[in-house]
Design a protein around this ligand. Structure first.
Ligand code: FDA
Length: 304
């Protein structure tokens, strides 16, 4: 049953018509638990709230399907507006983005052009931009673009997904440019040809690549709500005397708030990933796919 629901949410999240329809409804069905709002003002207020209890943020202007150069450029403009709003408000947040929303599926050049505009703005404000990792189809090109951008910018990093067989080799290759990486288990539905089908293997590989990246001396954002992983990493960091400025914990907005606050109280750097915007549906469906138990929470909101 859980597998059926997982597949259904993953398919819905990818459906253009479902995404389009959801936009017309506004932030509904309990999505506000995971999405900070539809406007930049609401998102900045959410970040202010996180900052007030010691958490940092990374803002993501949601927007996944882009079919024209014009839409890609508009999406880049939204990223720039987000960086400008962060600077103007003085909140402590960096930016996360998805390159498909900047035209990656239209052309690599268009995407690079938009990335440079965004990174120039981030640089002007002394800020950092994280390129989220999307599905396997976009993995190699994302890494190629990161390598190209790193020749020009030091304020950009990406994400490595532990469910991919290739991730261990990618960590090794990225050591060459001392990449600042967010390490995650992986959120997309992938074929067993490219990704570990068993959760235990993903969890094992996850811990392995985090340790590998930290021991290489590179910055790691450990992005997980898995307490067993977090506890093992805390012990590893302590035993290996990894400096507090070489890593941070990251979690998603609205998930395991208790654990986020506990880590802050213990003195760790914690950053919440804060999505906002009218294109909330695909993101929301991925969160439900990760944890179908959340669907009861959605149903409760649906009938409210
Ligand atoms: P796991 O799925 O094993 O969950 C461990 C526990 O966490 C669960 O038992 C539950 O208690 C809690 N939990 C997890 N998901 C929950 C949910 N949706 N609702 C409520 N509780 C939940 N992926 C990707 O492919 N590309 C990316 O760029 C990113 N970026 C990213 C940024 C940040 C800050 C985070 C935290 C995660 C991502 N991800 C991602 C998603 C990631 O790949 C993964 O799908 C989720 O983090 C869930 O995996 P966990 O590591 O939390 O463990």
């Amino acid at each position: 049953m859980e597998a059926i629901m997982r597949n259904m949410f993953q398919a819905l999240g990818k459906s253009h018509s479902a995404n389009k329809m959801a936009k017309r409804f506004g932030l509904r069905f309990g999505a506000a638990r995971f999405v900070a709002g539809e406007s930049i003002q609401q998102a900045i207020e959410a970040v202010r709230g996180l900052n007030s209890d010691g958490r940092l943020a990374t803002l993501d202007h949601l927007g996944e399907f882009v079919f024209s150069e014009e839409e890609a450029n508009e999406s880049a403009e939204m990223c720039i507006n987000t960086l400008e709003a962060i600077a103007a408000s003085g909140v402590n947040s960096n930016l996360s983005l998805k390159m498909t929303s900047l035209g990656l599926d239209i052309s690599k050049d268009l995407c690079l052009q938009n990335m440079r505009r965004i990174l120039d703005c981030a640089k002007k404000h002394g800020n950092f931009v994280r390129i989220d990792m999307e599905d396997y189809e976009h993995c190699q090109i994302t890494l190629d673009i990161l390598h190209e951008l790193r020749d020009e910018y030091d304020n950009v990093g990406t994400v490595i997904q532990a469910y991919l067989y290739r991730s261990e080799q990618d960590i090794r290759d990225l050591n060459g440019i001392h990449a600042n990486l967010r390490l995650v288990k992986g959120a997309y539905k992938e074929s067993p040809k490219v990704a570990f089908p068993e959760k235990k293997d993903v969890d094992d590989n996850y811990k392995k690549i985090i340790k590998q990246h930290l021991l290489n001396g590179n910055y790691a954002a450990i992005a997980s709500h898995d307490e067993a992983v977090i506890n093992e990493m805390k012990a590893f960091i302590r035993d290996m005397k990894i400096s507090g400025d070489q890593f941070e914990f990251q979690m998603l907005y609205g998930i395991r708030e208790d654990l986020q606050k506990q880590l802050v109280a213990e003195g760790y750097r914690v950053r919440a990933y804060v999505p906002y915007g009218i294109d909330w549906f695909g993101y929301f469906m991925r969160r439900l796919a990760e944890r179908p138990a959340n669907v009861w929470f959605v149903l409760k909101n649906f009938f409210k």
